[in-house]
Every structure is written in C-alpha cells, then in structure tokens.
Ligand binder design. Sequence first.
Ligand code: NAD
Ligand code: ZN
Ligand code: ZN
Length: 385
Amino acid sequence: MLAMEYRGPKRVRAVQKPMPEIKHPQDAIVKVLRTCICGSDLHLYNGNVPDTRVGSTFGHEFIGEVVEIGSEVTKVKVGDRVIVPFNIACGECHFCRQGMFGNCHESNTEATAVGAIFGYSHTAGGFNGGQAEYARVPYANVGPTIIPAGMDLDDAVLLTDVVPTGYQAAEMAGIQPGDTVLVFGAGPIGIMAARCAWLFGAGRVMIVDQEDYRLEFARNYSYCEAYNFKEIGDPVLFFKKATDWLGADVVIDAVGAEAAGNTMQTITGRKLLLQAGSATALHWAINSVKKGGVVSVVGVYGPTDNLVPIGNVLNKGLTIRANQASVKRLLPRLIEHIQNGVLNPKALITHRIPLEEVADGYRMFSAKLDNCIKTVMIPPTANHQ
Ligand SMILES: NC(=O)c1ccc[n+]([C@@H]2O[C@H](COP(=O)([O-])OP(=O)(O)OC[C@H]3O[C@@H](n4cnc5c(N)ncnc54)[C@H](O)[C@@H]3O)[C@@H](O)[C@H]2O)c1
Ligand SMILES: [Zn+2]
Ligand SMILES: [Zn+2]
C-alpha cells in the first residue's frame, strides 16, 4: 500500500509499504478515506520529538472504512465508516474511565504521561499513523465512532482532532460569561478555539499570529479581533493596554513548540534543542493574562524541560490547564454542533491533495505557503469515494 514515510528532519516521501495486519483480537484495519496534516506533525517533521524513527508513518487525523476486524471487535463491523480519534485509548483504565482518553495508562508502553497517539513517534507508543491507504486501529471497540449519515467526510476528518482540540482549549479555559479571551496562534487549532470561545459565553475574543492571511481568515470565521505580533510591539504590553491594563481573563496557547517571536527561545528551543521547543507563546500567555486568570495550553511541547516563568505563575495566582484533547469524550457533543450548523469545520480546508504528493503537502503547510490553513490528503484507493 501507499504510505507516507519519515526519512529524517524535513524529509518525508510517499512509498510502498506492507499492508497493516490484525495483531490483537481488538484491532481493526481501516481503509483511509481522508487524512490531514496537523501542526503537531510539524514537531515531528522538524525533528523536535524524541525517538521519531526513520521509516515510520505519521498521521493522527484520519477517517476510513473498516475492512477487517479482530475476533473481539463488536462495536464496529466491516463496511462501517468511522471517525478515528487521534488518541489510542483502552477505554478501561483509571484515566479512560474518567473520560481522560488522551491520558490512557495502558495504550502507550513507552511513557505514562501521554497515552498512545497514531503516528506520533515512539514516545507516543510507536504506532504507525493514517497518512496511508490503510491503518491498523487498536482498541477498536473504544475509539472508532461511526460517521453519522449525511455528514460530509471533510467535516468528519476534522472531528479526529481540530474540532475537539479547539473546543477543549476553550473548555479548559473555564470561560465565564463576558470574559475576554486571548488566543495565541491562528492555525486550525487556534481558529477553532477562538470560534468555540463564544460557545462558552466569551464577551470578547482576540487572536494573535504572524501570518496575515490566517488572521484575516480568523477575523471572519471566528468573529474575533486579530493582531499580527510583528506589528504591535511588545505583545504583553499591547494586550495589557487593550484590557484596561488588567490582562485578558483567559489566554489560550495554541502555538506550542514551534513558536516564533523571540530569538533566544528560538535558538534554545528549536535550533539547539536545549529545551523542548520554544516557549515564546507560553511566556506571552502567562504574562498577558489577568492576575487570578487561567492559561489553557493545547500547544504541544516536548516531554522534557522548558524555560517557563513559574515565578510569574505563582505571583499572579494563575491556573494553568493543559492536555492533549480527549477526542472520544467530546465527539457526541461536537457531532451535534456540526449537524445543527453551530460549527462548520470543513471551511478550514484550503488544500486537497493526493497522498502521492505528501512531501509537497508538508513543505507547503510547514512554510505556510499558498495561504494554507488545513491540508487534506486523499489516498489513491479512496479516490472514487
Ligand atoms: N493538545 C492537543 O490535543 C493538540 C491537538 C492538535 C494540535 N495541537 C497543537 O496545537 C498547536 C497548533 O496546531 P495547528 O495545527 O493550529 O498548527 P499550525 O502550525 O498550523 O499553527 C500554529 C500557528 O502559530 C503561529 N505562531 C508561531 N509563533 C507564534 C507566537 N509566538 N504567537 C502567536 N502565534 C504564533 C504560526 O504562525 C501558526 O500560524 C501545535 O502545537 C499542535 O501540536 C495540540
Ligand atoms: Zn492533529
Ligand atoms: Zn485507558
């Protein structure tokens, strides 16, 4: 089958690989119908995630048709079309039982903090991902969720990550009616977080990025104020001034380890890898939130050390909430929001390319070329769907 393969930092290609096989009675094999490139894939692509092995296939955002099931799979059958959450979760451990599917204690044998994630290095379990014609889906009684009749496949694929992560960013922020919400990062996740902030009762929403085309999109799609951090001087000062010198009630970090905007952070976090990614957006978030406020972090950082201004967190009495999104927990509500027209995720898709062009897809998304916001790849076997 055709699959994306990692060859080393900034080098990916489409290759022929063996078909995935059922390895456990609870596995399913899914024929991939749509798969996306995510900002999280860029951390892998740039070589910033430890133990990202050459030869592995990325892709944690995919939907597909079940083509084979293990003997213990009862919740899906061959022919079903399913949304596959990016988290691999057992459904039974202490954390899964609380709905913390992103923190499953069983699925990732390589670490205990994060559960396994499709196509996300051996630190996240070492499973191959869905940027391929077929994928093996473990714990198939837990994650895969039938795509409701009539749902556009482009909306469905964004339910695997972008919509739940944006929504959970707003949820974790504990937004109170009338709150001022400031979102760093106008990628798909930040745009969705800004849009969802209104669902929780925000009174004012602002978003920050350095790409004007993304800011323009966010202004229209998320109904928010949008600012280019290259044009506003010190962002912390700018947002203090914009909020009666108090700071925003809640701030969302939807940037993570690839953050630009501070030379020292870029050198230590992205070039020399002395810390697990550049913490620029996190600094700005902590320093521009109100005293007593909440910083909600969905931007991904590596699992080791970061230079975080913990003294400011203490002295300002902040609450920091952070997590991988718990996709499965949020799906029922978010499916309803799409069906009722409250959310229209497919509007984020700017590029549709065949899987064969995966190398160009990564280059374009990574360099923010051609006004790219979200890229969907379509494997050859799914072409006629
Ligand atoms: N927690 C989760 O479950 C989860 C799920 C999906 C994605 N993520 C993470 O969310 C983040 C965003 O994902 P995405 O797909 O939107 O990525 P993306 O790369 O498309 O978007 C990131 C945006 O941040 C902007 N940016 C860079 N430095 C900035 C700064 N200092 N201040 C403000 N904006 C800045 C970039 O220009 C870019 O537009 C990534 O770190 C990704 O790994 C987390
Ligand atoms: Zn993703
Ligand atoms: Zn579990």
